[in-house]
Design a protein around this ligand. Structure first.
Ligand code: MRU
Length: 332
């Protein structure tokens, strides 16, 4: 169990912890309609591939409670939720499950939608526990590890993916210290991973994203754990922008690089990472990293939210089914 949870279903409403305000403020958004959930996903109030999928599923459950809602209206809600963020696959796998509930019954029964959303939530929590247990077997001795972005309880329905392995490793005295990259421009590592580690009393050291090579060449890190937003059949894995650079540097220094993600993140329809659609976000996310820059006219910005780490740089992919090693060839 984690002390942190990004989503709570309370008496027919979805409470969303507004992650944009962390670590400064813990404020909850009360969602009564799916549109509020859609906007929370778009604005990163809720983020992290598994948490996005769970939030979207509850968004459908919110609408299913509305008296007289039709199947067509509920299908439109699913399409709206699908349009929020293109890269993370859990959104689509969760919404496909919700769509099957529409298709399976003659009438809209709100309890069936809530039951399915709750199942998606609890299955993700169980997957986190299974990945953490599997990941533990990778450690020989107590190690210092590096992670990127936020893959903890805030990003999932349970203890986290990569951060779940790390916190379980810390409890088992296999992890001594975590190095967290800032993960610019949005700073999920600096704002969220550091906050979660502090809550769990895991020793964490924050570094800027451009310090990874220096850290590794100084011998301060023995292993890397990251999450994923969408994984292709061949193991190519998309994750927060900057992850690929970490993998390249880790390979240079012979440091094992592990991806931790539930099988709901694997898109079996994709042969390789070249087919993964990468979300591009607003320029202001980058400009506001430098105070005053938003007022300078004519600055052009490229802001892809994710990159793809080629399978060739990945030592293992840990899912709830166990540790997968290259060559990867994921099948249902
Ligand atoms: O843009 P975000 O914050 O949703 O990106 C999140 C990540 O890239 C995570 O590493 C990924 O979703 C795995 S989280 C378990």
């Amino acid at each position: 169990m984690s002390k942190v949870t990004p989503l709570k279903w309370v008496q027919g409403e979805l409470l969303i912890l507004d992650q944009r305000l962390l670590p400064g403020k813990e404020k909850w958004i009360v969602a009564k309609r799916a549109e509020t959930v859609a906007r929370a996903i778009e604005s990163l109030a809720v983020r992290g591939a598994p948490a996005i999928g769970i939030a979207a599923a509850y968004g459908v459950a919110l609408e299913a409670q509305r008296p007289g809602i039709t199947k067509q209206e509920l299908s439109a809600v699913i399409e709206r939720l699908k349009s929020t963020r293109p890269t993370g696959f859990n959104l689509f796998s969760a919404l496909d499950r919700m769509n099957q509930i529409i298709e399976s019954g003659a009438q809209i029964k709100s309890a069936a939608f809530l039951k399915e959303a709750r199942a998606i939530h609890s299955e993700d929590a169980a997957a986190c526990d299974a990945m953490a247990a599997a990941g533990l077997s990778l450690f020989d001795t107590e190690e210092c590890v590096l992670t990127y972005c936020n893959t903890g309880a805030l990003a999932t329905g349970g203890i986290g993916t990569a951060l779940g392995v790390i916190r379980t490793g810390f409890k088992a005295k296999k992890v001594r210290e975590v190095f967290a990259c800032e993960s610019r421009p949005v700073g999920q590592g600096a704002r969220l991973t550091v906050w979660e580690c502090a809550k769990e009393r895991i020793p964490v050291t924050l570094i800027c994203d451009n310090m990874v090579a220096a850290l590794m060449s100084a011998g301060k890190v023995q292993r890397v754990f990251v999450g994923a937003d969408r994984i292709a059949r061949n193991g190519d894995s998309s994750n927060k922008i900057g992850t690929q650079g970490v993998a390249v540097i880790a390979a240079k220094f012979d440091i094992p690089f592990h991806v931790v993600a539930p099988s709901t993140t694997i898109d079996f329809s994709l042969g390789s990472g070249a087919e993964i659609r990468i979300e591009e976000r607003t320029s202001s996310e980058v400009l506001r990293c430098t105070p005053g820059l938003e007022k300078v006219k004519g600055v052009s910005v490229w802001n892809p939210a994710f990159d793809v780490t080629p399978a060739a740089l990945i030592h293992s992919i840990i899912t709830e089914r166990g540790i997968h090693r290259p060559p990867f060839n994921f099948t249902r």
